[in-house]
Write a protein that binds this ligand. Sequence first.
Ligand SMILES: Cc1cc2nc3c(=O)[nH]c(=O)nc-3n(C[C@H](O)[C@H](O)[C@H](O)COP(=O)(O)OP(=O)(O)OC[C@H]3O[C@@H](n4cnc5c(N)ncnc54)[C@H](O)[C@@H]3O)c2cc1C
Length: 377
Amino acid sequence: MANFDVAIVGLGAAGGAALLAGARAGAKVIGFDRFAPPHVFGSTHGETRIVRAAIGEGAVYTPFAQRSFALWDRLSAETGETLVTRCGLLVLGGVLPHATHVPLGFLETTIAAARSYGIAHEILSGAQVRSRFPAYEQFADERAYFEPGAGYGDPERVVAAQLSRAAALGAQVRLNAPVLSIVRDGGGVMVRTERETVRAAHVVLAAGAWTSGFLPEASQRRLSVTRQTLHWFAPPATASDYEPSRMPVFIWNDLYGFPIAAPGGGVKIATETMHAVVKPDDVQRAITREDIDIVSPRVRAAFPALGAHLRGATCLYTSTPDFNFWVGPHPEIAHVTVVSACSGHGFKHAIALGEAVVQQALALPGLAIPAEWRGGP
Ligand SMILES: Cc1cc2nc3c(=O)[nH]c(=O)nc-3n(C[C@H](O)[C@H](O)[C@H](O)COP(=O)(O)OP(=O)(O)OC[C@H]3O[C@@H](n4cnc5c(N)ncnc54)[C@H](O)[C@@H]3O)c2cc1C
């Protein structure tokens, strides 16, 4: 049986980052995925993810977001891929905490983080937002936060780049290889797929929406998987107002969205729905009329110039009850770290978090995992 320093279960945003970090550190690493990432069945697809440095979800997140920018830059330089587009971010006044994953005081926490970490930002009036960024002509509040270095990441390209770079550095990658069991094995852990069994000193469990399947029943309640939908709308004839050079990504009431990310493409806008709890293998994947009817009136009110609904996609959130992360020891199996870092906002931290988890496993210096995330059930 082959022996590894670290085995990674799930090669999406977080697991792929862990695999890459292990390979960079010169460790013997292997990663398994039930599909062939990037794919559309988990949480890391749909062209764009908001990436920002000053984090309104809580003070502990900002160092991870900042580290992620440095790691994406490095990976972009190595692979020649555009992984992040820095078109800026607007937090447009009120964000609705009860309708979204964000906590109360999101705008204030964001501003406080920007100030304490020296992140370039501006506080803009409604009039300034409207004159600088015409797509936001309906924004009438007093105050908005603008972070010029923020923007959007390309989830598919990041996932692909992490895996190809990790493989080039010597990591073993097993695709279409669902892990069937993770069990204690003396001082290490045994990971079994249909085709092989490997032994590892440490396992990173980053199976996204499928994580509960590897947890004892009592802990499964801590994670809920919800169906989310993404929607692309046709830009108006003056499409230039909706291009990345003129339109920052935004968070506004219960909507968030992006400029046109691909030539000839649409403006992607979404909301969040926390009540549609699902099982990852049993999800209504196709977009329904009802999905479109929920989001469209809100989009029309905020962006009356946008045209037809072009297409939609489904995606999964795996959330803890307070929408924070769970990154800590498996409740029953020693040397296994659970990395459930979604709750609707994990992408911007994933590459730094994957690195930190592997550094911890290999006893290397790095960002410490915040105690708040280690909790467990
Ligand atoms: C609609 C939507 C919008 C979002 N917007 C943002 C945003 O704007 N900004 C932001 O920062 N975050 C955002 N997020 C959150 C972010 O995308 C996720 O937190 C992040 O991508 C999750 O990565 P992951 O590695 O945990 O999960 P995934 O990328 O889903 O990876 C899990 C992997 O585990 C594999 N797997 C499962 N079971 C097994 C098994 N038994 N054996 C082997 N492999 C297995 C799966 O195939 C999958 O590839 C959004 C999420 C969604 C769904």
